[in-house]
Design a protein around this ligand. Structure first.
Ligand SMILES: N[C@@H](CCC(=O)N[C@@H](CS)C(=O)NCC(=O)O)C(=O)O
Length: 206
């Protein structure tokens, strides 16, 4: 399989799928296309008809959109258990992932993902509603699953891959973190695949 992604430092949608492949030990080649360059769209269009990354090549199949790719990986590698095993828990996990996938536009706009960035005193009050809702999601997930492990649904799942970009946004923009939210961010930053992605992003030029 070959994954087409944007910069390791910037491409939040790419992070989700890269984390899924890396964390579940699925071998893949990668093509990195730098975003915000004059030829970015032309380069992406060589792979993806949506002019967006991530895009996954698997033989003669091509899939775009991070959620469609994640669901494909889940079906292709059922033994990896990317979603929680219990049906009701799985439905909850998909609900929070879909809420992330289709929402929080204000937060994305005001606080673009950038692993290298560290701001103090950033005024995130214009997106306080988004920040509060995400913290509510994390707190409720952690409350119900803390006995099973440190991630949203206990064990590492696709839900964590989809919320990883917010973890870095909260760190980059100095969002105040307390209690279970703080613990979750710490657990995420300590995950080996999160650390590897961070290492590669910090090493990236540009
Ligand atoms: N809903 C899409 C969104 C993909 C997206 O917007 N990707 C950005 C990069 S993070 C992109 O390709 N931008 C194209 C550009 O900057 O020209 C997904 O989940 O994959």
């Amino acid at each position: 399989m070959k994954l087409v992604i944007g910069d390791k430092n910037l491409s939040t949608w790419s992070w989700r799928v890269w984390l899924a492949l890396h964390s579940w030990g699925i071998p893949f080649d990668e093509v990195v296309i730098l975003l915000d360059k004059p030829n970015t769209t032309a380069e992406i269009l060589k792979h993806s008809p949506s002019a967006r990354v991530p895009f996954l090549h698997d033989g003669d199949l091509g899939i775009w959109d991070s959620l469609a790719i994640a669901e494909y990986l889940n079906e292709k590698f059922p033994q990896k258990q990317m979603w929680p095993a219990d049906m009701k828990t799985r439905a909850w996990a998909r609900a929070v992932v879909c809420e992330m996938h289709s929402g929080f536009a204000d937060l994305r706009k005001l606080m673009p993902g950038n692993i290298k960035k560290r701001l103090t005193n950033f005024d995130y009050s214009p997106v306080a509603k988004d920040v509060a809702r995400i913290q509510e999601i994390w707190t409720e997930c952690r409350k119900a699953h803390a006995h099973l492990g440190p991630y949203l649904f206990g064990a590492w799942s696709l839900a964590d891959c989809f919320y990883a970009p917010v973890v870095w946004r909260f760190v980059s923009y100095g969002v105040k973190l307390d209690g279970p939210v703080r613990e979750y961010v710490q657990a995420m930053l300590a995950h080996p695949s999160m650390k590897e992605l961070e290492r590669q992003a910090l090493a990236e030029q540009g």
